[in-house]
Write a protein that binds this ligand. Structure first.
Ligand code: AMP
Length: 433
């Protein structure tokens, strides 16, 4: 299947060619025809699958086809609501790229910065508005945004909105939209509240599901190191030093943890920066900008802050902490191995995180390959070491003999933590950005 066969307008085909997109990704192949037919869509898919183009291209196509009707006036005809500033900026950039030859204009609005510049952009007129919920409601309440002519609305990363406590804002926004519209709803997971929200928002819809295991297992090589909390900084520095040319994204469960990792790396002469909710927007943009440009090789991020990170050359993701929500693991490793590339995702697992690992393996329906033993092993690991299921030499992500077993006499007891399954609490996640 080619983009041309999907029947897209010429200027869009030209832009996709400029972008180097040869053929649609699975989500694009499924979503674009449904959206071109004018149907509502429920997409169960995560970022990294080509989701932005899956909704962005048909919207641009419809708006381009109707361009003569708007008689040179720019009115907001499409709205994309997304949870984080980074993600909003990312979507705006993609829409600009895909719509480069259409004459359509988009703008992005988000909180944490002064509103004047965003208001000016709105007053100049835009066809597509990309927004985070808080700032959107704020500017709507101040009367800067009118949705009288809105034809398309996209709710992106709905589960993340729920985690971040945006559900009430979203309901308020939906209540103010014109009833006659095409609605698109995307979520990586579908907990009950999200199903209910989708029912409220969607009319006659079709559903497509891009399974996480398709997204992960096919493209991302995974591996897990068993390492104590204490030794994680040393192992991290070692892995980064092994790959001096690679861009590495390190995930931390908490903001405090992210800062600590940057400090520890600094002590090992590795320059890194952190992005999370406590950092100013300017600092986040600066760190992300130099990471994308390749000037900064190591970025440490919390889950929420990382949602918008889309770096073409991102070859390695390291989960410094294993997430207690299994779906988060899928989100994280999806940062590498983007639509066409392949990537590596390595995880650190201390003894308290082993139940999380089992939950993750259940979700992705595969075992994360055990990495070879490393030199940063201490008593704690030896006591609680899990049974090794795979020989080091069989592990694909293992890059070199540097990882060779340095502690061969290690006693591999069966994991005694089996009955210590934690009571994972979804709501924890929302506080961690
Ligand atoms: P997204 O899921 O929208 O964040 O997209 C993930 C990445 O895949 C982005 O870097 C896109 O530029 C890229 N991408 C999206 N669609 C395609 C395609 N059809 N071919 C190649 N790359 C794509």
């Amino acid at each position: 299947m080619t983009f041309k066969e999907l029947g897209l307008a010429e200027p869009i085909l030209k832009a996709l060619e400029n972008e180097g997109y040869k053929s649609p990704t699975p989500i694009q192949e499924q979503a674009i025809p449904i959206l071109l037919r004018g149907k509502d869509l429920l997409g169960v898919a995560q970022t990294g699958t080509g989701k932005t183009a899956a909704f962005g291209i048909p919207i641009l196509h419809h708006l381009y086809e109707g361009i003569s009707l708007r008689q040179n006036k720019r009115i907001v005809q499409a709205l994309v609501v997304t949870p984080t500033r980074e993600l909003a900026i990312q979507i705006g950039e993609s829409l600009t790229a895909y719509g480069r030859h259409t004459g359509l204009r988009n703008t992005v609005i988000f909180g944490g910065v002064k509103q004047a510049q965003q208001v000016r952009a709105l007053q100049k007129g835009v066809d597509i508005l990309v927004a985070t919920p808080g700032r959107l409601l704020d500017l709507m309440d101040q009367g800067y945004i009118s949705f009288h002519h809105l034809k398309f609305v996209v709710l992106d990363e709905a589960d993340q909105m729920l985690d971040m406590g945006f559900i009430h804002d979203i309901k308020k926004i939906i209540a103010k939209l014109p009833p006659k519209r095409q609605s698109l709803f995307f979520s990586a997971t579908m907990p009950k509240t999200i199903v209910e929200l989708s029912r409220k928002m969607l009319g006659d819809f079709e559903r497509i599901t891009i399974k996480p295991e398709q997204a992960t297992a096919e493209r991302v090589e995974q591996g897990v190191y068993f390492v104590s909390k204490k030794n994680k900084p040393k192992l991290l520095a070692h892995l980064i030093n092994e790959r001096p040319k690679d861009s590495v994204l390190v995930f931390s469960r908490t903001k405090h943890g992210a800062n600590k990792i940057v400090k520890k790396l600094g002590q090992a002469d590795i320059r890194a920066a952190a992005i999370h909710g406590n950092k100013s927007q300017a600092a986040r943009q600066k760190a992300l900008g130099s990471f994308k440009a390749g000037a900064l090789k190591v970025l440490v991020a919390t889950d929420i802050a990382a949602r918008g990170i889309d770096v073409d050359e991102l070859s390695l993701v390291i989960n410094y902490d294993l997430p207690n929500i299994s779906e988060t693991y899928v989100h994280r490793i999806g940062r590498t191995g983007r639509a066409s590339a392949s990537g590596i995702a390595l995880s650190f697992c201390d003894k308290e995180e082993r139940p999380y690992l089992r939950d993750i393996e259940k979700l992705i329906k595969q075992e994360v390959p055990r990495m070879p033993e490393h030199q940063f092993v201490d008593e704690e690991d030896t006591k609680e070491a899990p049974q090794q299921k795979q020989r080091p030499s069989e592990n694909k992500p293992s890059s070199s003999s540097d990882h060779r077993n340095r502690n061969r006499n290690r006693n591999r007891n069966r994991n005694r933590n089996r009955n210590r399954r934690r009571n994972n609490n979804q709501s924890n996640q929302g506080n961690n950005d």
